[in-house]
Design a protein around this ligand. Structure first.
Ligand code: HEC
Length: 443
């Protein structure tokens, strides 16, 4: 795999020029006392804008514990390869316990400790703390869905996972991302909501979870309904894989259950990215070996372009997610970019021969194999099974598949950069007058 890294560096070169400039890790930056105090204050914030009258008020829970507690993990003895549905249902039961009774206000859960990722407040709306997700393109939700619908989400980590956040954010004013890893037993979950109507996604009707959210930022909330629930579980690494299992559920009210969480149907799970699986394999009718996709889900979302599958060449992905990727593939990109641009999300058209196109009134994807052969080596760079601690681009610190941790650290750095840039005119040392304003930070 290491021999592929120089090629990846070429691929991402234009996006990561900034990474070549000297940029110290966050923990090495010397912040003055005032900046540290301001950063600690920011850390405690829940959302970008103030709460609204007569609406719930989202309260972030980021008082991360240093120690995990011993607890029974009911899925531990279930083999996700041979019994993926039972495995997923055991995980879901653990996640909903104590949370549904308090409408996912984590600090009120009396059953179990859950925490939000730190420093996502600049992108959270104030009612439920939701953040903007990828919109659903033409026909991704059903054959009659043509409008690009809006999706918003919130994620959280169990106590084990939160101990890893405690280490990164031990100093609340500046994160330390060196040698990061989550402990075994970490569980993360994410609820994804949509503004799709019954016409656009008929399976959303029924006893669903409906939340108000200020997604337009104008103080006039809209109603969103639960569409997808993502889960990520960290087991002990085995068989050369890193231990993560990523799975997802979609809501189907036609099940008719009285409790909305019983209407969640397993869509599939992935324990590896199936790195050697090629387009020729797919065309021959094979399916990626390191995952399971529920055939019922695949049939329900069969109108997704470019090939009616949830993820790339039939890999596991959620209905809300980009069909050119897969859960683990996208999450393997989690790094502390230290001010540089994120790596690309999926292989370029020149490699995969799949591109996004406008098809009024929305967008979709098409495969253009006539444009030339698929470059399997290039594509494979996006579908690797990275070892624990292995960085996607070989340069930036790996964040063990947590894109929320990555996002929080990125938002912290953006805040710091703005603050330092704004402060530049204040101390006017004679030699500083010769330098361009804001110059010299390297990012
Ligand atoms: C194309 C990229 C992409 C794909 C594909 C993707 N995710 Fe994510 N996911 C993200 C980003 C970005 C975040 C962090 C920001 C946020 O939560 O909105 C995230 C957050 C999460 C979280 C919260 C914890 C964390 O790791 O950050 C979970 C759990 C999660 N995703 C599970 C899944 C599952 C399960 C799938 C497949 C069904 C999936 N994701 C597919 C991009 C992706």
């Amino acid at each position: 795999m290491n021999s592929l890294l120089p090629r990846l560096a070429v691929l991402t070169l234009s996006a990561s020029i900034a990474a070549l400039l000297p940029c110290p890790p966050a923990s090495a930056l010397a912040l003055d006392a005032k900046t540290k105090a301001a950063a600690r204050q920011e850390f405690r914030k829940s959302a970008a804008r103030p709460c609204l009258a007569a609406q719930p008020c989202f309260k972030v829970r980021n008082t991360f514990p240093k120690q995990a507690k011993a607890e029974a993990l009911p899925w531990r003895d279930i083999d996700y390869r041979t019994a993926p549905e039972s495995y997923l249902r055991a995980v879901l039961a653990y996640i909903v316990e104590g949370n549904t009774a308090v409408d996912w206000q984590l600090h009120k859960n009396r059953k179990r400790d859950w925490y939000h990722a730190a420093w996502m407040h600049p992108v959270r709306e104030p009612i439920h703390g939701l953040t903007f997700e990828r919109g659903s393109r033409l026909h991704e939700l059903s054959a009659v869905q043509t409008r690009r619908t809006n999706n918003w989400a919130i994620g959280f980590y169990n106590r084990q996972g939160a101990t890893a956040f405690a280490r990164v954010w031990r100093e609340r004013s500046q994160p330390d991302t060196a040698a990061f890893a989550f402990p075994e037993g970490t569980v993360s979950a994410k609820l994804l909501f949509t503004d799709a109507t019954d016409e656009e996604a008929p399976y959303l009707a029924g006893n669903n979870l409906a939340w108000q959210a200020d997604i337009r930022g104008n103080g006039q909330p809209v109603t969103l309904r639960l569409l997808q629930v993502d889960v990520a579980i960290k087991n002990a690494p085995r068989d050369g894989l890193n231990g993560w299992v990523f799975g997802t559920f979609y809501f189907d009210g036609r099940g008719g259950h009285a409790d909305y969480w019983d209407n969640l149907v397993p869509a599939g799970l992935e324990w590896g990215t199936s790195p050697t699986f090629t387009r020729a394999d797919f065309a021959a009718g094979q399916r990626p070996p390191q995952g399971w996709v529920n055939p019922v889900a695949e049939a329900l979302f069969a109108t997704r372009a470019p090939d009616g599958k949830l993820g790339y060449l039939g890999r596991m992905n959620g209905p809300v997610d980009d069909p050119r990727s897969s859960c683990l593939a996208c999450h393997s990109r989690a790094m502390d970019m230290q001010g540089a641009s994120d790596p690309p999300l999926f292989p370029p058209f020149a490699a995969s021969r799949i591109r996004q196109v406008s098809a009024a009134p929305n967008q979709t994807y098409e495969t253009v194999l006539a444009a030339g052969p698929v470059d399997e080596a290039q594509v494979a760079l996006f579908f690797r099974n990275l070892a624990p601690g292995e960085s996607f681009d070989g340069t930036h610190p790996a964040l063990d598949y947590s894109l929320q941790l990555a996002k929080g650290v990125e938002l912290w750095r953006a805040w710091l950069d703005r603050r330092l840039a704004a402060a530049v005119p204040q101390p006017i040392a004679p030699e500083a007058l010769a330098a361009p304003a804001g110059g010299g930070r390297g990012n």
